[in-house]
Design a protein around this ligand. Structure first.
Ligand code: ADP
Length: 166
């Protein structure tokens, strides 16, 4: 399918070199979408940190989507809980661009587990709004490889390689 050219702000000048902004996949999970005030606060974090929102959409998963996305966790004790939760209601997915998109979004989210998030990074998104280890407000890709895979999972029409070839 034809992918339209991304907008020009993706090229950042640094000295005399120009480079293409890194992409990550961010998701606001059903627990945070269910509370409009929390959704707004998380969305504002994205804007305040000067991410470029390349794509964004609201969607809901069927159970199979949830199982498929989290299949690497299929042996874990929390897997069923996680699958149920992620298919329990709408979420919002974003393709975010930034010079350091993957690491920056991960650090804004904070630690996976809510107790740790509240105690070690109380200002992080999970530290402020996380409910439980499963219902922890947000998802973010943890590597370039997973970002590429997850962007394609959520936005199959978006061509990641095209972005990096600009
Ligand atoms: P992250 O989302 O921080 O990358 P993981 O990839 O390890 O974390 O786990 C995926 C998701 O599974 C977490 O965001 C959380 O919703 C859930 N999860 C992870 N560990 C636990 C746990 N120990 N108990 C309950 N749910 C968990």
């Amino acid at each position: 399918t034809h992918e339209r050219k991304p907008p020009s702000p993706l090229i950042m000048s640094q000295g005399n070199s120009a480079r293409i902004l890194q992409l990550t996949l961010a998701v606001i999970k059903p627990d945070a979408i269910a509370h409009p005030v929390i959704f707004k606060a998380v969305h504002e974090k994205i804007l305040l940190n000067k991410f470029l929102i390349v794509r964004s959409k609201e969607l809901s998963w069927r159970r199979e989507d949830s199982q498929n996305f989290y299949r690497e966790h299929s042996g874990r004790f929390f897997y069923q809980r996680l699958v149920e939760f992620m298919s329990s209601g709408p979420m919002r997915a974003y393709i975010l661009a930034h010079e350091d998109a993957i690491q920056l979004w991960r650090s804004l989210m904070g630690p996976t587990k809510v107790y740790r998030a509240r105690n070690t990074e109380p200002e992080s998104i999970r530290g402020m709004y996380g409910l439980t280890d499963t219902r922890n407000t947000t998802h973010g890709s943890d590597s370039l490889e997973s970002a590429n895979r997850e962007i394609t999972f959520f936005f199959p029409e978006f061509c990641v390689s095209h972005w990096y070839q600009q």
